[in-house]
Design a protein around this ligand. Structure first.
Ligand SMILES: [Fe+2]
Ligand SMILES: [Fe+2]
Length: 325
């Protein structure tokens, strides 16, 4: 089974827009566990060759995990090049942004690598989310369900980031810096979970008291990892520490309440809970959006009431009282 983790599957379409020389090798899968190299570093990227594989029915190619960094760097260059403001809503641009997000999150949670490059790339993604929010909100919403990766953390992080940005916008928050803090916190809020023992957050069994104690440490671990990382905005560190604090003071780690909790953390708390309830995970039954919201409203002491109301309006627009906005 070693091969499964040695090679990372890449949707073949992600290579179509790359240009120049390949900085990594590309493999094709022959059969279960058997891969063969079809391009090597330095080969000129030729879209027609990738397309001809695609026409023959090849949907995915592979990279070796030792070269993931080079692959991610190439994806980052692609996002910079094609996802500028004018064509950010194009399919190639959206695909590149999606891929950069997934690879960045996957590296943090699966490879357990988190450093200044992760922060820079996550910031790049959030800038694009905010651009999309202004230009084409449907495309931004599309990212919530777009994720193809089988990683819960990947889907959960993207959804938390996008719901957070949407909620802040619905709250008439137009300060770019605040929006960036919220988006980035959404993507990275659970990084501390990557440091806990594998499978500890398994939902299919009852957790022991000790396991709960450990899980409740993840906000502080997240914040510590953040603040030890070069280039990490300190405000985002504060959100990571506070994302499980509750409006009524029943949260953790500090038990602070109401406006003592940083505004972006109150936004992320709602986005995080909603995302956790509605994001596909293993074989667990999911909550439909209305049911997730209803459940959150039964525990409404946990959330900033004004924000929760705005969130309801975002999910279930009330036609009668919808005057201007
Ligand atoms: Fe969390
Ligand atoms: Fe979370």
């Amino acid at each position: 089974m070693a091969n499964l983790s040695d090679y990372t599957q890449i949707n073949i379409e992600n290579f179509f827009s790359m240009e120049g020389e390949l900085p990594f090798s590309v493999y094709i899968r022959l059969s279960e566990g058997k891969y063969t190299k079809i391009f090597k570093p330095g080969d000129k990227i030729d879209r027609t060759r990738f397309e001809s594989y695609h026409e023959k029915g090849v949907e995915a190619l592979y990279i070796h995990k030792d070269e993931r960094r080079e692959y991610i760097a190439a994806t980052e260059r692609l996002v910079k090049k094609i996802a500028n403001n004018d064509n950010i809503t194009g399919d190639d641009a959206k695909r590149a942004i999606e891929e950069l997000t997934e690879q960045t999150i996957f590296e943090i949670y699966e490879d357990k690598v988190f450093d200044e490059h992760s922060v820079r790339r996550a910031s790049e993604v959030v800038n694009k989310y905010i651009d999309l929010m202004k230009k084409d909100i449907r495309s931004l919403v599309g990212f919530i369900s777009m994720s193809r990766k089988e990683s819960y953390m990947c889907r959960h992080s993207i959804a938390t980031s996008v719901f957070g940005i949407l909620l802040a916008r619905a709250d008439k928050q137009s300060n770019e810096k605040v929006l960036t803090i919220i988006g980035l916190s959404g993507l990275l809020h659970d990084i501390g979970m990557s440091q806990l023992p594998e499978g500890i957050d398994d939902l299919d069994r009852k957790l022991t008291e000790d396991e709960w104690k450990l899980i409740r440490k993840h906000p502080e671990i997240s914040a510590k990892m953040a603040l030890e990382t070069k280039g990490f905005p300190t405000e985002v560190g504060a959100v990571l520490r506070q994302h499980h604090e509750n409006w009524d003071g029943s949260g953790y780690p500090a038990g602070i309440k109401r406006e003592e909790i940083f505004y972006p953390a109150r936004v992320i708390s709602i986005a995080d809970s909603f995302s956790a309830l509605t994001t596909r995970r293993g074989g667990r039954a999911l909550y439909a959006p209305q049911d997730a919201l209803a459940l959150m409203e039964t525990e409404s002491g946990k959330y900033d009431p004004k924000l929760l109301k705005i969130f309801r309006g975002l999910l279930i627009p009330d036609k009668k009282s919808n005057s201007a906005a």
